[in-house]
Write a protein that binds this ligand. Structure first.
Ligand SMILES: [Zn+2]
Length: 377
């Protein structure tokens, strides 16, 4: 039986539709039109896509089993995320290979069973091809030089589901590995890197599409040697992630980032780790122990991911930059989907899953709609 969803307005990537009337059957959009005025004060937006998340509700993608991945997916769904890229962290090669196999199982699982959960759609491989100088908390003993053979082992274990790879352009063989991965449809994101300008531009020239958590774990800006960060901000075609929690990047730098990247190339990510959705305490990120206190995640003295949710990132971006809701949501949905070459994930065309976020008249997110199924907060 088809059902109807109505609202005051729907924010699509390009426009605002007044009084949308959306007919849904079997979780998919049958039709979408501007209907008669109704008394709803709700706004519908796209549901979120998080391309950089390491875990939640005490589970980490490096070690989680299928049931634990399902609990992460349900948590993310309850916070407005429809799709996500489970993200690895540098670890022993055997551990990484096992994690990739398990993640591939979850991605390939029949998607019709999850009407209350976000879906993992591909994998983000973060590490081991990252810089010693800018490793953040990635364990030094497991960092490796880029290698096509090793990338192929990872992609084989992942059964082709690695879609995004963070890599430092200045490492030996990095450009060859980038070209090889890009040839398979993988998006390359420059990150955990000490690259200078020439090294960054060389990576962009071979097709690097994005930058991983811009500002963090990256050579800082210098006005005589712009380095990776200067190039990423300056080159219009390059996307850039940011962790908009007010801890990883100062609000003034978020404003600069948004001005430079604009509302088509800026991407909000959470970099959320296993403590997300949990009280302060001791948690794991891959092999590491992380202490979470007042929402700050530290391994020793170094920031180790976040407990940010995408709904909070979107709210912070509005608060820090004064951007309207539509812009903030685009940074968390359409932009990452376009960067990945998966724009249909965020489409409202007939036949697409009926996934939305619901905001009330005051701009507060009150519910997620996944496949037409309304999940209150
Ligand atoms: Zn990360």
């Amino acid at each position: 039986m088809p059902r109807t969803i109505t609202a005051r307005r729907l924010l699509t990537e390009k426009e605002e539709i007044d009084h949308p009337r959306i007919t849904v059957e079997d979780g998919r959009i049958l039709s979408l039109e501007s209907g008669l005025p109704n008394d709803s004060d709700e706004t519908l937006t796209a549901a979120f896509l998080d391309i950089h998340v390491h875990g939640a509700v005490s589970h980490d993608f490096m070690t989680a089993n299928g049931a634990e991945i399902d609990s992460i997916s349900r948590f993310l769904g309850s916070r407005g995320v429809a799709y996500y890229l489970p993200t690895t962290v540098t670890g022993p090669t055997d551990l990484t290979l096992r994690a990739l196999e398990t993640l591939a199982d979850s991605i390939e699982k029949d998607s019709t069973d999850g009407f209350d959960a976000a879906r993992p759609v591909a994998i983000h491989l973060e590490g081991p091809f990252v810089s010693h100088l800018r490793r953040g908390v990635h364990p030094v003993a497991c960092l490796l030089e880029p290698s096509i053979a090793l990338f192929d082992r990872f992609q084989h274990a992942a059964r082709g589901h690695i879609r995004l790879m963070t890599i430092a352009p200045e490492l030996p063989n990095s450009l060859e590995v980038m070209k090889h991965a890009i040839g398979q449809g993988v998006r390359v994101s420059m990150g955990h890197t000490d690259a200078n300008e020439a090294e960054a531009l060389a990576a962009i020239k071979v097709g690097a599409a994005s930058a991983t958590h811009a500002f963090n774990a990256m050579r800082p800006l210098n006005h005589r040697e712009p380095g990776i960060l200067g190039s990423v901000l300056d080159q219009d075609a390059v996307y850039a992630e940011a962790i908009c929690d007010g801890i990883h990047v100062h609000p003034a730098m978020i404003r600069l980032w948004l001005r430079m990247k604009g509302d088509t190339r800026a991407i909000l990510v959470t970099d959320g780790m296993s403590a997300t959705g949990m009280p302060d305490g001791t948690y794991n990120l891959g092999d590491m122990t992380v202490e979470v206190k007042n929402g700050v995640c530290l391994a020793g003295e170094t920031l180790a991911g976040s407990v940010l949710t995408m709904e909070q990132a979107v709210a912070n971006l509005q608060r820090f930059t004064g951007s309207p809701l539509g812009t903030a949501v685009r940074l968390a949905s359409h932009n990452p989907a376009r960067m990945l070459g998966m724009p249909s994930l965020m489409s409202f065309e007939p036949g697409c899953p009926a996934n939305f976020n619901v905001y009330d008249g005051e701009g507060r997110r009150t519910a997620t709609i996944l496949k037409g199924n309304r999940l209150p907060n």
